[in-house]
Ligand binder design. Structure first.
Ligand SMILES: [Zn+2]
Ligand SMILES: [Zn+2]
Length: 337
C-alpha cells in the first residue's frame, strides 16, 4: 500500500511541487497587495482595519430655543442660611423655590405634565405636586436681569436638615416659568425645573444641581445634561484627563421620551475657540455619546471607537454646529487637489 503511494507521489511530484509553490505565491501576493491598500478578500486583512471602517451613527438633532437658564452662585449654601440662585432669562420670568419638595410628588408632577396637565405656571405645578413641600418663595425676574436671588427657609421654620438617607424630600426645587401669558406661545419650552441638593449636617454631599428638566408645550420632559469641554487649550495638551472642575461645561438637552431622541442645542453656543485634542488643527465640534465628552473635530471623530478622554465606547455622536462641518468639507476639497 505504502509502496503504491510512494510510486504515485514520484510520478506526480513535479506537479505537486508546482501546486504548493503556486498557492504560496498567491497568498503572499494577496497579502502584499492588502498592505498597499488594494481590495482583497476580508479574511486576509487584519481585524483592526475592518473595525475602523464601521461608522459611528450620527444622532438626529432638533434645535429648540430655551428661554430659561438657572445657575447656583458658588459660595456657602446651607439649609439654614439659604442658597443664592442666578436666573438668566430671555423673557420676564417667575422663579419659585420649593423647599423640602417631596421626591415622589415631583415625579408624579412630571408624569402628569406628560399626561396632559401642562405645567406652565407655579400654580399648576403646585396642584400637580399636591402642595407637598415645606415652604415656598416667589421672585419676579425681569427680562435680562442677571442679579442673584437669595432663597431661604423662614427663620421660624425650625428645619435644620432633611434627615438621614434615604430621603423622601429634595432640599430645594426651583421652578422657572414665563411671566407673560402671551409670551408662552412663542416658546416650545414652558418651564424649567431644577432639583438642587443643599449640604446639611445629616448628608455632607456638597451643594449642587442634581437634575434640570425642561418641560415643553407638547408635554415632553427633557433632561438637561452638561457637556464636558476643556476650559482652555493649554490644560488639554499632554493631559489625558483634566479634573472635572476645570472642564467648562456646556449644557445640552437630551430628550428621552421621543423616538427620534433629538438633542437640543442651547442658543448661542455655536462658535468655540477650542482645538480638537487629537489633531489640534480644527475646532472642537463633536459630542460623543453616552459620555458627553466634547473634544474632537469633525474629521477625527471617524477614527475613534472609544472616547480619547475616558475610553468609553462611543455609541453615537452629534455636531455642535453644522457651520464647522461645511468648513471641513471645504478644507478636504483643498487638500485633495
Ligand atoms: Zn481633529
Ligand atoms: Zn468620554
Amino acid at each position: 500500500m505504502a509502496a503504491v503511494f510512494l510510486v504515485m507521489l514520484y510520478e506526480y511530484s513535479p506537479l505537486f511541487y508546482i501546486t504548493v509553490v503556486s498557492i504560496c505565491f498567491l497568498i503572499t501576493a494577496a497579502m502584499v497587495l492588502g498592505w498597499f491598500g488594494f481590495d482583497v478578500p476580508v479574511i486576509l486583512r487584519s481585524s483592526d482595519d475592518t473595525e475602523l471602517s464601521l461608522k459611528i451613527p450620527e444622532k438626529r438633532m432638533v434645535q429648540v430655543k430655551n428661554p430659561f437658564a438657572l445657575e447656583m452662585v458658588s459660595g456657602a449654601s446651607s439649609v439654614t442660611g439659604g442658597v443664592r440662585l442666578r436666573p438668566r432669562c430671555l423673557e420676564s420670568c417667575v422663579l419659585t423655590c420649593y423647599w423640602g419638595c417631596a421626591v415622589q410628588g415631583l415625579q408624579e408632577a412630571l408624569q402628569s405634565h406628560q399626561h396632559g396637565v401642562r405645567i406652565s405656571t407655579p400654580h399648576k405645578f403646585e396642584e400637580a405636586l399636591h402642595s407637598d413641600y415645606q415652604h415656598h418663595q416667589t421672585f419676579l425676574v425681569e427680562q435680562g436681569d442677571p442679579s442673584e436671588r437669595l432663597s431661604h427657609l423662614p427663620a421660624d421654620s425650625g428645619i435644620r436638615d432633611l434627615g438621614f438617607l434615604p430621603r423622601v424630600r429634595y432640599p430645594l426645587v426651583a421652578l422657572l416659568t414665563l411671566a407673560e401669558p402671551d409670551v408662552r406661545e412663542l416658546y416650545e419650552i414652558v418651564a424649567n425645573v431644577t432639583v438642587i441638593h443643599i449640604t446639611d449636617d445629616k448628608y455632607r454631599l456638597t451643594s449642587r444641581i442634581l437634575y434640570q428638566y425642561l418641560l415643553t408645550a407638547q408635554g415632553h420632559v427633557l433632561d438637561l445634561k452638561q457637556l464636558f469641554m476643556s476650559a482652555d487649550d493649554q490644560s488639554w495638551r499632554g493631559v489625558s484627563e483634566p479634573p472635572e472642575e476645570e472642564q467648562q461645561q456646556r449644557k445640552e438637552e437630551e430628550e428621552e421620551r421621543r423616538e427620534e431622541e433629538p438633542d437640543l442645542q442651547e442658543s448661542g453656543s455655536g462658535e468655540s475657540g477650542w482645538d480638537c485634542v487629537v489633531c489640534q488643527n480644527a475646532p472642537v465640534n463633536r459630542v460623543l455619546l453616552p459620555c458627553r465628552h466634547t473634544c474632537l473635530c469633525d474629521g477625527c471623530v471617524e477614527r475613534f471607537r472609544q472616547c480619547p478622554m475616558c475610553r468609553a465606547f462611543v455609541l453615537e455622536s452629534f455636531a455642535l454646529s453644522h457651520h464647522f462641518t461645511t468648513n471641513r468639507q471645504e478644507l478636504e476639497g483643498l487638500a485633495g487637489e
